[in-house]
Design a protein around this ligand. Structure first.
Ligand SMILES: Cc1ncc(COP(=O)(O)O)c(C=O)c1O
Length: 489
């Protein structure tokens, strides 16, 4: 018996660790077979003997053996003891765990895989959810109970609905469009509203559907790295177009893009607003060269001073050129994972096809829940509440930055959104400062990381997700780092 059990000596079962004993036994036997420790032809002891050996119930052993028999690792002929099957050599490996030595060569990966594994976006080394993280909403203030109620009633309705396989739920298309018409002046038919798992997914799909390998896309410089990532994923060329006090400054350019990515209502990251004359010039340029415009209206819900300017999409009278992109992750909470695009009618059907081809589809329950959340008025009242809260946080942060560090930096109070840009009175190595802040548990994103070959320096910081004490802590850390390290300047 001792001999027959020798193949099982490495197996260790732990009661009460949350994993059923039969599952532990099954997994460890499978590992032993795959690693060759239990060789082909090895005859396992009877299930009674195994049960006695491990002090477990015989049923537990039988269920592990049954599972491995079903998977083809073990043969159980009538009345005989179980035997390890003869597996093809390739299936066996002495160490199944991947390690650098046996991982496939880098060249076995696609060019895109190589590009994204070498990319520093999303910004590597940034701590998550610590003060000043840009673009983050405050989930503590979200009405989770009301949201749960909407989700619950959407989930209940699924019982009554046969699986329709709808990609974009009409209820949400209508509700969202009404909201966008009222607050952003967006003009479209409900079928042009595409619901995606994030704004990033919308940017990615738009890039795929409007750009070919080698095509030229303009992006703002400095600008949103996510837009660059989406364009790069299709292998198009990127040209950074400088941003001035009126946004994208394309005057005098002779290169002709196929797509132009802009954040006209609150330029990312400078916060400037593109005035109507520049918007019209951009639309004229796009239609004269046959380019599409991708309008990323990522945080347009929050306006603190004066009335917001309508979306660029509303000026596209023929409705042919502008793809309007937005997200719920700012106006609700980051992990809700719902974004959207309002696309020109001529591409709406193809867009839906693309969603099917790539699986960029949001759960019908979440879509229906969101429609209810909007229709019941919860969405707008949450935005109103957060606008009040964010405005006071913005004011507090601007005031304390000016009070504590007015001799070193400049900060303009942003008219909207969730983040602000700090510029310095003299040279500051923004990357080095950002790294020091990260080590101290605060995010200050270096402006230079948003640049393509430009020498802008500054810090991009968020104020929305942080209460007054957390903001004060962030200012305190920033002040200590800046004052203690004159070498950064
Ligand atoms: C300018 C801009 N566009 C798009 C997004 C992406 O939003 P989502 O989280 O829905 O992908 C962000 C998020 O920070 C953003 O700042």
């Amino acid at each position: 018996m001792k001999n027959a059990l020798s193949g099982l000596l490495d197996i260790e079962l732990t009661a009460g660790n949350g994993v059923p004993l039969s599952r532990q036994l099954c997994d460890q036997l499978r590992d032993a077979i795959l690693s060759g420790r239990l060789p082909t032809g090895y005859q396992l002891p009877s299930s009674r003997a195994i049960a006695d050996y491990f002090h477990i119930a015989r049923n537990t052993v039988s269920s592990a053996i049954d599972q491995l028999t079903m998977e083809g690792f073990i043969d159980v002929a009538q009345g005989r003891k179980p035997v390890i099957t003869d597996l093809p050599k390739r299936a066996l490996s002495s160490d199944r765990k991947m390690n650098a030595a046996n991982a496939p060569d880098r060249t076995a990966r696609s060019k895109w895989a190589l590009r994204i594994s070498d990319s520093d976006w999303p910004f590597a080394g940034e701590p998550r959810a610590v003060p000043f993280m840009p673009g983050l909403a405050d989930p503590r203030e979200f009405p989770h109970d009301l949201w749960a109620r909407c989700l619950r009633s959407a989930a209940r309705r699924v019982k009554m609905t046969p699986a329709l396989g709808t990609v974009n739920r009409q209820g949400l298309q209508v509700a969202l469009l009404q909201h966008l018409e009222q607050f952003r002046g967006v003009r479209a038919a409900p079928s042009q509203v595409i619901v995606t798992p994030s704004a990033q997914a919308a940017l990615e799909l738009i890039s795929r559907l409007t750009l070919n390998v080698g095509d030229l896309a303009w992006v703002e410089n400095p600008g949103y790295r996510g837009a660059r990532a989406a364009i790069e994923s299709v292998g198009a060329r990127i040209e950074g177009v400088n941003v001035d006090a009126s946004g994208l400054n394309f005057e005098g350019r002779t290169d002709l893009p196929q797509a132009i990515f802009v954040t006209p209502s609150h330029q990312y990251p400078t916060g400037v607003l593109m005035p109507v004359a520049r918007r019209q010039a951009l639309l004229r340029l796009a239609s004269s060269v046959g380019a599409v415009i991708v309008e990323d209206d990522y945080d347009s819900e929050f306006h603190y001073d004066g009335r917001p300017v309508a979306a660029l999409q509303s000026l596209d009278v023929m409705g042919n050129n502008v793809f309007y992109v937005g997200t719920f992750s700012k106006a609700t909470y980051a992990d809700i994972r719902v974004g959207y695009a309002v696309v020109p009618a001529w591409l709406a059907r193809t867009f839906e096809q693309a969603q099917r081809h790539t699986g960029q589809i949001v759960s019908a329950t979440v879509q229906d829940g969101l429609a209810e959340f909007i229709n019941e008025g919860y969405f707008v009242s949450h935005i109103r509440k957060m606008t009040r809260i964010y405005r006071s946080r913005r004011d507090h942060l601007v005031m304390s930055l000016r009070r504590e560090l007015g001799d070193i930096l400049k900060v303009d109070s942003p008219a909207g959104g969730m983040q602000m840009l700090i510029r310095f009175n003299e040279y500051v190595d923004d990357n080095a400062l950002s790294a020091r802040l990260g080590a101290a548990g605060v995010i200050g994103r270096a402006l230079s990381r948003h640049c393509i070959d430009c020498d802008l320096r500054g810090l991009f910081i968020g104020f929305a997700a942080w209460n007054v004490q957390e903001l004060d802590h962030g200012v305190h850390v920033l002040a200590s780092e800046l004052r203690a390290n004159p070498a950064l300047r």
